[in-house]
Design a protein around this ligand. Structure first.
Ligand SMILES: [Zn+2]
Length: 189
């Protein structure tokens, strides 16, 4: 049982970045501190200025910044994850709500099986409201999930209880990541 994660990722789900460059940027901004190689590759302790760039609501005073023991992942730290496969990886949670059709904004209710078909065979989803064929990456996931190849993951965040300040997404967009604009969503694996 984990709390969840706040995911920062380029708007374009196919976009990829070099993790080293993003790590340097996050270090300069004080979002990450020292590497936590014993936890995972490309895992970093939360930096001193993390709370300036990500505004926590809810029970942030109870955030824990140290693992409780070996194998504990559910403490506030940052990981940079790059999926080198050609296709973006789907991130959804048990409580992911139906995504919206980009054409008619209707909810796609049977999305789990439709998305599985798209991932496995590239078969377009058919919107039950307007009949348009849609790639699963085009659906509006409303921050409940999404597709991505490159991610900055902030661990131990309840969905909706932490929001990146706009300047953080702007810095990621502008500082040579070469990815175009960035967005965010919540993921509870
Ligand atoms: Zn539709």
């Amino acid at each position: 049982m984990t709390t969840g994660r706040l995911i920062l990722t380029p708007d374009d789900p196919y976009s990829l970045f070099e993790p080293e460059g993003v790590a340097v940027l996050l270090l300069e901004m004080g979002i990450v501190g020292e590497p936590l190689r014993e936890v995972a590759d490309n895992a970093f302790a939360a930096g001193e200025d993390l709370m300036r760039w990500i505004s926590f609501t809810g029970c942030s005073p109870f955030l824990r910044f140290e693992p409780s023991g070996l194998g504990d992942e559910d403490f506030c730290h940052v990981r940079i994850t790059v999926n080198r496969g050609n296709a973006p990886v789907f991130h959804a949670s048990n409580n992911t709500k139906p995504p919206l059709c980009p054409y008619c904004r209707g909810a796609v209710r049977e999305w789990r099986s439709l998305v599985e078909g798209w991932v496995a065979h590239g078969a377009p989803l058919r919107c039950e409201c307007c009949g348009n064929g849609i790639a699963a990456t085009e659906l509006n996931w409303r921050r409940y999930g999404g597709f991505a190849r490159g991610l900055v993951e902030i661990f131990s965040v309840f969905p909706g209880e932490a929001v990146p300040v706009p300047a953080l997404l702007e810095r990621l967009t502008q500082t040579g990541t070469g990815t175009g604009p960035w967005r965010y969503f919540y993921w509870k694996p």
